[in-house]
Design a protein around this ligand. Structure first.
Ligand SMILES: NC(=O)c1ccc[n+]([C@@H]2O[C@H](COP(=O)([O-])OP(=O)(O)OC[C@H]3O[C@@H](n4cnc5c(N)ncnc54)[C@H](O)[C@@H]3O)[C@@H](O)[C@H]2O)c1
Ligand SMILES: O=c1ccn([C@@H]2O[C@H](COP(=O)(O)OP(=O)(O)O[C@H]3O[C@H](CO)[C@@H](O)[C@H](O)[C@H]3O)[C@@H](O)[C@H]2O)c(=O)[nH]1
Length: 439
C-alpha cells in the first residue's frame, strides 16, 4: 500500500520510517527543500539515537523515498499522514497555518479519495473544522482521521515500536479500521474514538504530565523551605500505585517542543470556550518560575553576578536530543547575561554558535573543560550522562571560589559533591537529609 507522509520533522520522519519498516511504500514530502536534499543523500538532520541507521536501512530496501512538494503533481496514495508543526502563537494558541497549507496541497493534488490522517497535535475541534473547510468541498470524498502521536524525543524509535497506546479518532468506521490495521505489527492497546476526543486525549496527556512536573516542583520548593528532602518524598509517595513514580523529577522545569506549547494551547482553548482553567495557569506559572531558581541561588550566594564566570552545562531541553525549543538553559543563559555574568556554555550535541543566535553574548565551548575553566559557578541544566559521570574532583580543580554547583536536574549526589569542596544546590534536596527506613 502506498502512503504519503507530509512534514518530515520528528514525528513525520518517525511515521515515515516506522511505516516503511512495516512494509508499506512510503513517500515523504516536506516544504523544506534542504531537508529533502539531505534525506535523499542519506543525511539525517535530526539527532535521535538509532534513527540515522533506520532511515538508511529502509531507504535501501526501496520502500522509503523523499521528494519536494513541487515535484509531486498528483497524490495517488491511499493514505496521507500529515505531521507538520503546530507551534505557539504569541497569545498561546496553536498556529495551524502549516496544517492548513498542507491540507490545501493534499486536497488540490489528490487523484483519488484519500484517508487523511492528522498526526500533528491540534486543538479539539480542529478536525471538525477541517472537514467543513477542506473536505466537504473537495472533488473526492476523503475520510478524516485523527491519530495523535505520543513519542518522546531521545527515545522516539522505542516509543514508535512500543507505544503505551495508539489513539485513532474518526467518524468513518472504514477509515479507522484501515488506520488501525497499519499498526497491526505493534502490540499496544488501540483506542478508537471520535475525532475531537482523540484530539483532546493528546492535550490531556501532555497537560497531565506537565501538571505532575509542576506539582512536584512546588513540593520541592516547599522541601527547601521546610527541611524535607524531595528524593525521600518522591520515594515515599511513589510506592502508592495510584501516584506512581514517573514524571516526578523536580528541577528547573519542563521545556521542549511540546509541553510548553501544548499546555499554553489548552489554556487558550479553555479561555475561548469561556472556561478559566486555573490549574493549567498555575502549571505554566510554576514552570516559568522554576527557571529563575538558579539565578536566585547565585545572587544569594555571590551578590551581584556582574563579571562572575558561570558555566552552563547542557543546552538541549533534555538528554539524547539536539532540540533546544523552549529549553530552560536558553532562558537561564539570557537571564545570567542580563545580570552581567560572563557565561560559557557547553552541550555534547548542540552546537550553540549555529543554533542559539539569541544567546550571542554567551561563549559556546567545544568541551566541558573550556566551559568550566575558572568558573565561580556551574549550573547543570541538562542531565546528559557526560555530566552525571564527570570526574567532579577534576572539575573542582578547574573552578574557582566559591565553587558553586547548581544541579538543576537533581541528578548528582549532593553529599559526594559537597565532600569534594563544592557548595552544591539542587531543587528541594539540599537542606536536611532524610534517613530512609530499611524495609
Ligand atoms: N516533536 C515531538 O516529539 C512530538 C511528539 C508528538 C507530537 N508532536 C506534534 O507533531 C507535530 C509535528 O512536530 P515536529 O516536532 O515533528 O515538528 P517540526 O517542526 O520538527 O516538523 C514539521 C515539519 O513540517 C514541515 N512542513 C511545514 N509546512 C509544511 C507543508 N505545508 N507541507 C509539507 N511539510 C511542511 C516543516 O518543514 C518541518 O520539517 C506537532 O504538532 C507536534 O506538536 C511532536
Ligand atoms: O519528571 C520529569 C520528567 C520530565 N521533565 C522535563 O519535561 C520535559 C519533557 O520531557 P519528555 O516528556 O521526556 O520529552 P518530550 O520529548 O517533550 O515528550 C513529551 O511531549 C511529546 C510531544 O507531545 C509527547 O509525545 C510525549 O509523550 C511527552 O512525554 C523535559 O524538559 C524534561 O526535562 C521534568 O522536568 N521532570
Amino acid at each position: 500500500m502506498k502512503i504519503t507522509v507530509l512534514g518530515l520533522g520528528y514525528v513525520g520522519l518517525l511515521t515515515a520510517v516506522g511505516l516503511a519498516n512495516s512494509g508499506y511504500e512510503i513517500i515523504g514530502l516536506d516544504v523544506d527543500i534542504r531537508k529533502i536534499q539531505m534525506l535523499q543523500n542519506e543525511n539525517i538532520y535530526i539527532y535521535e539515537p538509532g534513527l540515522d541507521e533506520f532511515v538508511k536501512e529502509n531507504a535501501k530496501k526501496g520502500n522509503l523515498t523523499f521528494d519536494t512538494l513541487e515535484n509531486v503533481s498528483c497524490i495517488d496514495s491511499e493514505i496521507v499522514f500529515v505531521a507538520v508543526g503546530t507551534p505557539s502563537q504569541s497569545n498561546g494558541s496553536a498556529d495551524l497555518s502549516q496544517l492548513n497549507n498542507a491540507l490545501e496541497y493534499v486536497v488540490d493534488r489528490a487523484s483519488n479519495p484519500l484517508t487523511i490522517v492528522v498526526k500533528s497535535t491540534v486543538p479539539p475541534g480542529t478536525g471538525k473544522k477541517i472537514k467543513e473547510i477542506y473536505l466537504e468541498k473537495a472533488s473526492f470524498s476523503h475520510s478524516y482521521v485523527s491519530n495523535p502521536e505520543f513519542l518522546r524525543e531521545g527515545q522516539a524509535l522505542k516509543d514508535w515500536f512500543y507505544p503505551d497506546r495508539i489513539v485513532i479518532g474518526g467518524d468513518d468506521r472504514e477509515a479507522t479500521t484501515l488506520i488501525s490495521h497499519l499498526y497491526k505489527d505493534i502490540n499496544a492497546p488501540i483506542v478508537i474514538t471520535d475525532v475531537t476526543t482523540a484530539e483532546m486525549i493528546k492535550y490531556a496527556s501532555n497537560a497531565f504530565l506537565a501538571t505532575k512536573i509542576s506539582f512536584i516542583n512546588e513540593i520541592a520548593n516547599l522541601c527547601d523551605l521546610t527541611g524535607a528532602n524531595i528524593d525521600g518524598v518522591v520515594q515515599g509517595v511513589s510506592h502508592d500505585p495510584r501516584i506512581g513514580g514517573s514524571f516526578l523529577r523536580a528541577g528547573i522545569g519542563y521545556g521542549g517542543s511540546c509541553f510548553p506549547k501544548d499546555v499554553r494551547a489548552l489554556d487558550f482553548i479553555s479561555t475561548i470556550n469561556g472556561h478559566s482553567f486555573e490549574l493549567l495557569k498555575a502549571v505554566i506559572n510554576v514552570n516559568n518560575r522554576q527557571r529563575f531558581i538558579p539565578i536566585q541561588i547565585l545572587k544569594r550566594e555571590m551578590g551581584l553576578l556582574s563579571g562572575k564566570k558561570i558555566a552552563v552545562l547542557g543546552l538541549a531541553f533534555k538528554p539524547n536530543t539536539d532540540d533546544i525549543r523552549e529549553a530552560p538553559s536558553i532562558e537561564i543563559i539570557n537571564l545570567l547575561i542580563g545580570e552581567g555574568a560572563s557565561v560559557k556554555a557547553y552541550d555534547p550535541i548542540v552546537d550553540g554558535t549555529e543554533k542559539n543566535c539569541y544567546c550571542q553574548e554567551a561563549v559556546f565551548t567545544k568541551n566541558i573543560w573550556e566551559a568550566i575553566h575558572e568558573a565561580h559557578a556551574i549550573i547543570l541544566t541538562t542531565e546528559w550522562d557526560e555530566f552525571v559521570n564527570l570526574d567532579w574532583f577534576e572539575v573542582f580543580k578547574y573552578t574557582q571560589s566559591p565553587h558553586i554547583i547548581i544541579d538543576g536536574r537533581n541528578v548528582l549526589q549532593p553529599r559526594l559533591i559537597k565532600e569534594i569542596g563544592f557548595k552544591c544546590f539542587g531543587i528541594g534536596r539540599n537542606t536536611h537529609r532524610v534517613f530512609q527506613l530499611q524495609a
